[in-house]
Design a protein around this ligand. Structure first.
Ligand SMILES: C[S@@+](CC[C@H](N)C(=O)[O-])C[C@H]1O[C@@H](n2cnc3c(N)ncnc32)[C@H](O)[C@@H]1O
Length: 255
């Protein structure tokens, strides 16, 4: 099954998506790192923030999507870009900062991933990441419900059900390898404009594996059924605005 990312759909909400990246970066207590990497850098929007804060650092951006890295290369951000998978990745030389905004939840078993990433951080450095906490919210619960209820259920049954860590689980996983842990949650109230706003948001991220597994009229029917449920859960106001609560988990782990 293809699992492609589309930089254009993703960047339709660039400001909203980058806000959490900036709030994570602001909490990293490292003034002049030498080596910094952005794991799951996407089109380079989060890497751009790192470049602005630490212009003297050697900066790398890594992502498993060639389309995203192509876009990052055209972004003008000064960084060394590479296509690679975070799963199984370890650094040859440790980094002062390993940063990852909205990517680690796409990688398998986080209980082994996080301690492994900490081994690639130099002592005194930091692993900083942000992941969603929204998989029980209607936007994602309805995706799974519609997937399991329709004639497409068999085709969609193999799609990985992403398991998100709680703040407490993150603490327990990282405590043995960290000297200090700063963990917090934020719920943003995204104010979205125009029809099908939440649908357009998830189209750039969590919905991709579902629509990419279907074709033609079956795909259209799945999207229509999902949109109808979404629009009931997130009604558009008379002003054309839709409110979309959006929870995120932030972690800064010092080695
Ligand atoms: C939601 S985007 C985040 C992009 C950017 N960091 C930002 O802050 O907006 C998630 C990115 O993670 C990448 N990704 C997903 N799984 C990955 C993996 N196993 N290894 C490397 N990158 C991955 C995707 O290709 C995508 O570009």
């Amino acid at each position: 099954m293809s699992n492609q990312w589309d930089p254009k759909t993703y960047l339709a909400f660039a400001d909203e998506r980058t806000r959490a990246a900036a709030e994570l970066l602001a909490r990293i207590p490292i003034e002049a790192p030498t080596r910094v990497i952005d794991l799951g850098c996407g089109p380079g929007n989060s890497t751009d923030l790192l470049a602005s804060r630490w212009p003297g650092a050697h900066l790398e951006g890594m992502d498993s999507s060639p389309e995203m890295i192509d876009q990052a290369r055209q972004s003008g951000v000064k960084a060394e870009w590479s296509v690679a998978d975070i799963d199984g990745w370890t650094a040859a030389t440790p980094y002062d900062v390993i940063y990852s905004n909205a990517a680690l939840h796409w990688v398998g078993d986080q209980a082994s991933l996080l301690p492994r990433l900490m081994l690639s951080v130099r002592p005194g450095g930091a692993l900083a990441f942000q992941v969603p906490l929204n998989f029980d919210m209607p936007s994602h619960a309805l995706m799974r419900a519609v997937a399991s209820e329709g004639p497409w259920a068999a085709k969609l049954s193999g799609i990985r059900n992403i398991v998100l860590m709680s703040a407490e689980q993150c603490f327990d996983i990282l405590e043995p390898c960290a000297t200090n842990l700063d963990i917090w949650e934020t719920e943003y109230l995204q104010v979205m404009e125009g029809p099908d706003a939440v649908y357009r948001w998830v189209s750039g991220t969590g919905l991709r594996p579902f629509v990419q597994a279907l074709e033609g009229t079956e795909r259209d029917a799945f999207i229509q059924a999902y949109k109808a449920r979404l629009n009931a859960a997130y009604p558009m106001r008379e002003s054309g605005k839709t409110l979309f609560p959006f929870r995120r988990l932030f972690v800064v782990s010092r080695r």
